[in-house]
Design a protein around this ligand. Structure first.
Ligand code: CP3
Length: 366
């Protein structure tokens, strides 16, 4: 088994830069589309054999260095007792949004073995077969809260922000509930065998740093603090978080995932300037893969040059694979990342990148 992904999570030297893709199992794959003609997304998540099959498909097909459990951030809602649907092209839709004190009090306490037994079962099956480490995941409390409150994905998050600012006590109670639910859910995944966990805070980029610090950071600190005692690496991913990175770095994860709206080198410098030693994951714009491969090649080399062979870089897209992506491009991208990072740059592991030298970065490679 190649462990370069886990080594990079621990900021150890690796033979090549590890690479995997968010949404590496999905509609861009003909095999996945064929399965989806027969089964709903939730059927795939709830049937351990199908879940294992879908999880492992991109591992054999693309040669990525990690598998990610095939599931969705909405699955723990089954345990909270919140009915939802996943609508194609839209995502999760919650018929009765959670907005009042009574709604929050009615949320059940999740018991993963009772409420989502198929998740640990799928993890055990995948671990028997997977040639690479398996990543478990959950939605971060803010992103889950935004779905619960809005009822669906939303750009401006009006109802969420109304509660956050207008009813801070209620907000804190909802976040506390979701934090404990997320922790229970992730602990069950870890007990079943996942070797790293990622928290997806996909919509947190909608917040100001001030609001992030007051209304979200305490939950993230609690989560990463509790997860640290399990000894497995943690990844903290968000979208549109360039302005939040110094705060996110203080939450305590091992790796911070960034999107393409900031240069990788700049993101890393901001994290270091905040005094954090975390590694970084990212950050190719997934839409570049819709252009001819030369564009993918150029953009990816630039990211690898920005990373400069420093320890703790995991190559990924800045968000999930788009359904229109050619399978072959992802395979070529995996090879490219491995080839380029095995080249002369690899021997500079531990050395400063031009970006960090220019910004007077510190703590490099440690
Ligand atoms: O990365 C992986 O391969 C693991 C699978 C995975 C899914 N959802 C499966 C899925 C992961 C990690 C998620 C997380 C998830 N789900 C997030 C956080 C990451 C992100 O993308 O920001 C969010 C916000 C959701 C909620 C959600 N579920 C959305 C926005 C959608 C897309 C709606 C659409 O049709 O485009 C879903 C559905 C979903 N979850 C799909 C997949 C592969 C789409 C494919 C399908 O319907 O079969």
């Amino acid at each position: 088994m190649t462990d370069r992904f886990l080594r990079a999570c621990r900021r150890e030297a690796t033979d090549r830069t590890p690479v995997w893709f968010m949404r590496q199992a999905g509609r861009y794959q003909p095999e996945y589309r064929a399965l989806r003609e027969r089964y709903s997304l939730l059927d795939l998540c709830r049937t351990p054999e199908l879940c294992a099959q879908v999880t492992l498909l991109p591992v054999t097909q693309l040669g990525v260095d990690a598998a990610i459990l095939f599931s969705d951030i909405t699955l723990p809602l089954l345990g909270l007792g919140v009915p939802f649907e996943i609508v194609e092209g839209t995502g999760p839709v919650i018929g009765r949004p959670v907005r009042t004190e009574a709604d929050i009090e009615a949320l059940r306490v999740i018991d993963p073995e009772r409420d989502v037994p198929f998740v640990p079962e799928a993890i055990r099956l995948i671990r028997q077969e997977a040639p690479v480490p398996l990543i478990g995941f959950a939605g971060a409390p803010f992103t889950l809260a935004s779905y619960l409150i809005e009822g669906r994905g939303s750009r401006d998050l009006p109802a969420t922000k109304r509660m956050l600012h207008g009813a801070p006590t209620l907000w804190a109670r909802l976040m506390a509930r979701l934090t404990e639910a997320t922790l229970a859910y992730l602990r069950a995944q870890i007990t079943a065998g996942v070797q790293a966990v990622q928290l997806f805070d996909s919509w947190v980029g909608a917040l100001s740093p001030r609001d992030y610090e007051a209304a979200v950071l305490p939950s993230m600190r609690r989560l990463f603090g509790a997860l640290q005692t399990t000894g497995i690496p943690t990844i903290h991913f968000g979208v549109g978080t360039a302005g939040l990175l110094p705060l996110m770095a203080g939450a305590g994860g091992d790796i911070i995932g960034v999107d393409w709206r900031i240069r990788l080198g700049d993101a890393w410098a901001r994290i270091r300037q905040a005094g954090s030693q975390t590694g970084i994951m990212g950050n190719l714009d997934p839409a570049v893969l819709l252009a001819p491969f030369e564009a993918v090649d150029a953009a990816s080399r630039e990211i690898l040059a920005d990373a400069g062979g420093r320890r703790g870089h995991i190559f990924n897209l800045g968000h999930g694979v788009l359904p229109e992506t050619p399978v072959d491009y992802l395979r070529r991208l995996v090879d490219l990342v491995h080839e380029v990072s095995a080249g002369p740059a690899a021997s500079t592991i531990g050395a400063a990148s031009p970006a960090e030298r220019a910004s007077g970065g510190r703590g490099i490679g440690s």
